[in-house]
Design a protein around this ligand. Structure first.
Ligand code: FE2
Length: 269
């Protein structure tokens, strides 16, 4: 539980109307300082030992966490609720809506210092997801009892690897991120684990390697999580594009957000 958490629809933080849309120099400085404080060598080793998975309890500078919590209210009109019987229930806000309603999040996603730091941890060259990918940066809302997502991988439909960064925004819930390490490595026994990443918390992993789920939300609970997706090769074969678009439309953002660009990559699918 968190002292910053609030039940959905009741007492959101006040609109931060005086804040600039972009991160201030002070916030960026705070982020750079925070990244410099982290003991990268040890964390890189942890990431490797855990089969391309890393959890950091306290990652984001407080300034950023507060901005993210405020952004939740700004994006609320754009939440798309979805329900896949037996697998998933919850709400999502796509990167396209975030661009319009909370551009601060898009700036955080593109922050060169953050990407460089993630490259050090993953020992991989990371690229931004293509502009037409609604998952590039997205907010996930768990706001109704039972909201959850079942066991899955964040499978890459791209030609290269797909990395997921999760950042805790609001957590007034009993939800857990359960995971299993090493499931794709026959040389190492599977290793189960579970975390509750609170506001400012960080989870980073290779989407093809980490089997994971989020356990169901209880009564009078709320949880909001921010996800960033980075890739090593932004190209995607047409059939995989079709599968990816269908999955995103049905399970996450709705057809309007996924097929919004006629003639673009998604429109071609
Ligand atoms: Fe996932």
């Amino acid at each position: 539980m968190s002292d910053t958490a609030t039940p959905f629809g009741t007492t959101f933080p006040d609109p931060q109307t005086t804040q600039p849309a972009r991160p201030s120099a002070r916030e960026i400085d705070a982020t750079l300082r925070r990244l410099a404080e982290l003991k990268t060598t040890g964390l890189r080793g942890d990431y490797e030992k855990q089969g391309s998975f890393l959890y950091i309890e306290d990652f984001l500078p407080r300034e950023f966490t507060e901005r993210l919590i405020a952004a939740v209210k700004d994006v609320t009109p754009a939440i798309n609720r979805n329900y896949l019987p037996g697998h998933k229930a919850g709400g999502s806000v796509s990167s396209h809506n975030i661009d319009n309603l909370a551009p601060f999040i898009a700036d955080l996603y593109r922050l060169p210092a953050l990407i460089k730091w993630l490259e050090t941890i993953s020992d991989d060259k990371l690229q931004l997801s293509p502009a037409d990918d609604p998952h590039a940066y997205a907010l996930y809302f768990y706001s109704k009892p039972g909201d959850h997502i079942g066991w899955h991988y964040d499978t890459s439909y791209y030609d290269g690897r797909r990395y997921t960064l999760l950042l805790g925004v609001i957590d007034d819930s009993s939800c857990r991120l359960d995971y299993e390490l090493h499931t794709k490595n026959p040389a190492v026994p599977d290793q189960p684990g579970s975390v509750q990443y609170l506001p400012g918390g960080f989870v980073f992993f290779d989407g093809n390697k980490l089997r994971h789920r989020v356990t169901p939300l209880g009564e009078n609970e709320m949880r909001v999580s921010l996800t960033f997706e980075y890739v090593t090769d932004p190209n995607m074969k047409p059939f995989k594009r079709f599968i990816s678009n269908m999955k995103d439309s049905i399970a996450y953002f709705g057809f309007g957000q996924v097929f919004r660009r006629k003639g673009g990559k998604n429109g071609d699918a």
